[in-house]
Design a protein around this ligand. Structure first.
Ligand code: ZN
Length: 386
């Protein structure tokens, strides 16, 4: 995964022009999702590509929104994969911040936007969801609609040596046991409400910065005292030619050469596994159109999928507050006076608008299957030829 570019993007051009009002945008997206004619390619359904903007209403920060990480925290720089692998100090810092951020992330829940996506899936409109988010909200909200997690997930840790995955909650308990003074500090912060979004004042006062990757910045804290456990499997049977050791209290010892646990997310500088790459590509290829929700496509791996869809002539829809990378190219041949069938670009709050779109799709599905409209062909009234 490459580092996204963080420069501001130009404001979007709304397409079609009627989509600048909420009812207009709903009508355009209705036509986008359920076009009146047969699609040119694919399974007739839509693949969703979601980003951090969808999780904002769940209390998580995004990257580029008004309260986003890149907006409020200009010096924010996420950890790189090679740093994590190479440096015990970098891992201590990473796990300390992750330890503090986990409770808030763990308490957060999918929002109405995720649920609406589940409903669109149940209505038969969607074939799959590709998400850049690592919060697991999609699989939680709609287990019956397939989710492909492009950048991994925070709910597990994974061993760099043997690739075994472990539950992140259990890992949190291990971190608490290994770091009692940190656990006390975390309890104090949670009591003060400093880590929850309900108390942004308190958080600002303490200088805390929470990030969408589920970690927390605490000014003036000494990360070098933090300890983390080794992979249990590698500890009991180290891979050949390696050494996995722990200190007297059970923390990973720097004399080890294996057994390092990493969050099961794709870090910057880390490759997306081939199986994931192939999975998301075929999810795009089999669909008839792609709808981007809450992403500025600043990350190359996401932008590339939209470009792939465009190259296949698929209609593209983008609902995102603020600009999206390369969007002029995606909409260059879409008429601004269209119905939305060939492409939609709108800038709305997802949590408010997606449930309304679902209602609209439900109404038209009910109309389409009602007995009045189900008759095979039009019969002229009998008096017409008398
Ligand atoms: Zn292992």
């Amino acid at each position: 995964m490459r580092i996204p570019y963080t420069a501001p993007l130009p404001s979007p051009t709304i397409i079609p022009t009627s989509a600048s009002t909420v009812p207009g945008a709903i009508a355009a997206l209705h036509d986008f999702l359920a076009p009146p004619t047969e699609p040119a390619k694919g399974n007739g359904k839509t693949v969703i590509l979601s980003g951090a903007g969808l999780s904002v209403a769940s209390g998580l920060a995004d990257y580029r929104g008004s309260a986003g990480t890149y907006t409020l925290n200009k010096t924010y720089r996420p950890i790189y994969f090679h740093e994590f692998c190479a440096s015990h100090e970098a891992r201590k810092r990473y796990w300390a911040r992750s330890f503090l951020g986990w409770t808030n992330l763990h308490r957060s829940r999918p929002n109405r936007g995720h649920e609406a996506i589940g409903s669109l899936g149940a209505l038969g409109q969607l074939s799959s969801v590709i998400t850049q988010n690592v919060d697991s909200f999609h699989p939680q909200a709609h287990p019956d609609l397939r989710t492909l997690e492009l950048h991994g997930y925070l709910r597990s840790t994974v061993c760099l040596s043997c690739r075994t995955e472990y539950n992140r909650d259990d890992f949190q308990a291990d971190l608490s046991a290994l770091n009692p003074s940190w656990a006390a500090f975390l309890a104090e912060m949670l009591d003060a409400g400093a880590l929850t979004t309900e108390n942004p004042e308190e958080r600002r006062r303490k200088g805390l910065k929470t990030n969408p990757d589920g970690d927390v910045d605490v000014p003036g804290v000494e990360y070098t005292t933090f300890r983390y456990p080794p992979c249990p499997r590698c500890l009991s049977s180290p891979p050949e030619g390696t050494r996995v050791e722990q200190d007297s209290e059970g923390a990973w010892a720097p004399t080890s050469t294996a057994g390092i646990l990493k969050p099961a997310v794709i870090m910057f500088g880390e490759s997306i596994p081939d199986a994931v790459k192939l999975g998301v590509e075929s999810a795009v290829d089999e669909a008839s159109r792609i709808l981007i929700l809450g992403s500025s496509l600043a990350t190359y791996s996401a932008w590339r999928l939209v470009k792939r869809a465009k190259e296949q002539g698929m209609p593209i829809g983008i609902v995102n507050l603020g600009g999206a990378r390369g969007e002029e190219q995606f909409f260059q041949d879409v008429a601004r006076s269209g119905s939305g069938r060939d492409g939609v670009r709108t800038s709305l709050s997802l949590e408010d608008f997606l449930p309304v779109l679902v209602e609209r799709m439900r109404e038209s599905a009910a109309t389409a299957s009602s007995p009045v409209f189900r008759s095979a062909s039009f019969q002229p009234a009998p008096w017409a030829w008398r």
